[in-house]
Design a protein. Structure first.
Length: 532
């Protein structure tokens, strides 16, 4: 039999003195600051309910600046006037070049709907929840925090914001197909819809339907032009050719008109055009808002010829430090090896290359590849060999027994992007020199560029256009510039050389300084880096 247990009165947990109550309230305030908000403030909803321009310039502070109110650009005033004074469309598409303030425009509309419009559900969407959460949501929080009156109106949590008085909720929405069904949105804000290029993201967009219970619901889409003339954004572009309607409003600027914001200057655009890794078609899409094919040539014949040094010879007789790139193919692809070194002028120089072509009946004999590398090791000082361990693990183990530094560089998407862009920057800035070789030229010209959301990388134009030598060259250059930490961060110069030259006293002093600097590099002693 269970005995009765005296639980006690709940009043025993309550404080009895004023001092104790103050301490308890202080602890509650520290733990739950948002729950203590009541929504009472001096903010007049009716004052801004029909005036978003006045609301923006009086109540919204720039997230990036301290205590600085928004100053609307001319194009923002034009869109606000057309969409919130003259008419209330259900769809707004803003398509401009990058860095023109499209996101800030969306954030203003989101805060205005949350604080000055009818109660409802407001959602921020993008191709990933992380993007909408950590970028757009963070800036909205800063806008509200910087205005004390708006801060009193809203309870801000990690993943949503609540208007205390009206009950409106602003939330980041995942691009999961199931999560978009069953919602009743007042406002849907979609950022960079050009990246909605998968079937799941298209289903997600189709499931986002405005609720009929609201007076003025809205879908706001902001995006730069896409990579292919298909998909959701392309359909919206085609619909814009019929002009604006009471239901749909399109503000699309392309070409020379793609940068209407006053802070996007010619100097800024020139700096972006000349930025390392910026290709012409990519610049046209990002900064001119043009639909262009981004599968273009890697480099041109003129680019290759501009890097030719007719004084260079294949396999020089001087014992110099080199980096090798090894791209292994067994049946369908070639096996290619490239060797590069650095010069006192700060350039990378091609030292040697070799291609092994498999026959239809026989695979590549790795013993031949091993003998060639050991031969190079006798001629030069091999600092490292960049290779993909997927098909060359046994070869790498054999070469390690010969005390050769083997550096694994798996040809993942990220690594391919890195060494492709590194090689491109070297060629475009003329910081790599080639000797005359038709094999190297053809391999580079056989490359084309394919873009993705994470960057661009090189691929072959077709199955018959081999690029294995270009890949091995990219791997070797990547190892020479980054693998041993030999790239000076501020000047971008390589400081490895074994060329026998007569230096004047000033050059010797400069080289001695660089020798002392390189001693601080962790790989200095391990890889025997020196300056002669």
């Amino acid at each position: 039999m269970i005995e009765n247990v005296n639980i006690g009165n709940k009043d025993r947990y309550r404080v009895n003195t004023q001092e104790a109550k103050k301490r308890q309230n202080k602890g509650l305030e520290q733990r739950w600051p948002e729950r203590l908000k009541t929504g009472d403030n001096g903010f007049s909803i009716w004052e801004y309910q029909n005036d978003i321009i006045r609301f923006s310039e009086r109540e919204i502070y720039l997230p990036e600046k301290k205590e600085k109110l928004i100053r609307l650009e001319g194009w923002e005033r034009e869109v606000f006037t057309d969409c919130f004074y003259k008419n209330r469309p259900r769809l707004i598409l803003i398509s401009l070049a990058k860095k023109n303030g499209k996101s800030t425009f969306s954030e203003i509309v989101l805060v205005w709907f949350l604080t000055a419009q009818e109660p409802g559900e407001i959602y921020v969407c993008s191709n990933s929840k992380d993007q909408s959460n950590f970028i757009t949501y963070r800036k909205i929080v800063l806008m509200i925090r910087k205005n004390p009156e708006l801060d009193k109106m809203c309870r801000i949590y990690n993943d949503y914001i609540e208007n205390i008085k009206t009950g409106s909720i602003l939330r980041c929405l995942s691009s999961s197909y199931r999560s978009s069904a069953g919602l009743n949105p007042l406002l849907i804000c979609i950022d960079e819809i050009s990246s909605f290029d998968t079937d799941s993201l298209k289903f997600f967009y189709e499931e986002l339907q405005l609720s009929p219970i609201y007076k003025c619901p809205l879908i706001l889409v902001t995006s730069t032009a896409g990579r292919e003339e298909q998909g959701i954004l392309w359909d919206l572009f085609k619909a814009s050719e019929k002009g604006n309607t009471p239901e749909s409003y399109f503000y699309i600027k392309q070409g020379e008109e793609a940068n209407p914001s006053s802070f996007v200057t010619k100097e800024y655009l020139d700096s972006q055009r000349n930025k390392p890794g910026m290709r012409e078609n990519l610049f046209k899409r990002l900064h001119k808002n043009l639909w262009v094919s981004e599968e273009d040539s890697f480099v041109t014949d003129d680019d290759f010829r501009a890097c030719l040094n007719f004084n260079l010879v294949k396999r020089p007789k001087t014992k110099i430090p080199v980096w090798l790139g090894l791209d292994v193919g067994i049946r369908s692809d070639y096996t290619a090896i490239s060797a590069v070194t650095g010069s006192l002028e700060g350039n990378i120089e091609l030292v040697d290359h070799k291609i092994y072509i498999p026959s239809r009946s026989e695979e590549i004999q790795f013993d031949d590849v091993k003998r060639y590398i050991l031969e190079l090791n006798e001629l030069y000082n091999i600092l490292g060999i960049e290779f993909d361990p997927y098909q060359a693990i046994q070869l790498s183990q054999d070469l390690r027994k010969e005390r050769i530094n083997m550096v694994e560089l798996p040809q993942t998407h990220e690594n391919t992007i890195r060494f492709s862009q590194n090689l491109y920057n070297l060629i475009k800035t003329r910081r790599i020199n080639f000797y005359q070789s038709e094999e190297v030229r053809k391999s580079l010209l056989n490359c084309k560029v394919v873009y993705s959301s994470r960057g661009w990388h090189i691929v072959k134009r077709s199955g018959t256009k081999k690029i294995d030598l270009a890949v091995s060259l990219g791997m070797a250059c990547y190892g020479a510039t980054l693998g041993a930490g030999l790239l000076r961060p501020n000047k971008g110069r390589i400081y490895i050389s074994g060329e026998k030259r007569n230096h004047n006293p000033e050059e010797i002093k400069e080289l001695e300084k660089e020798r002392e600097r390189l001693k601080k590099v962790p790989e200095y002693n391990k890889l025997k880096v020196w300056i002669i």
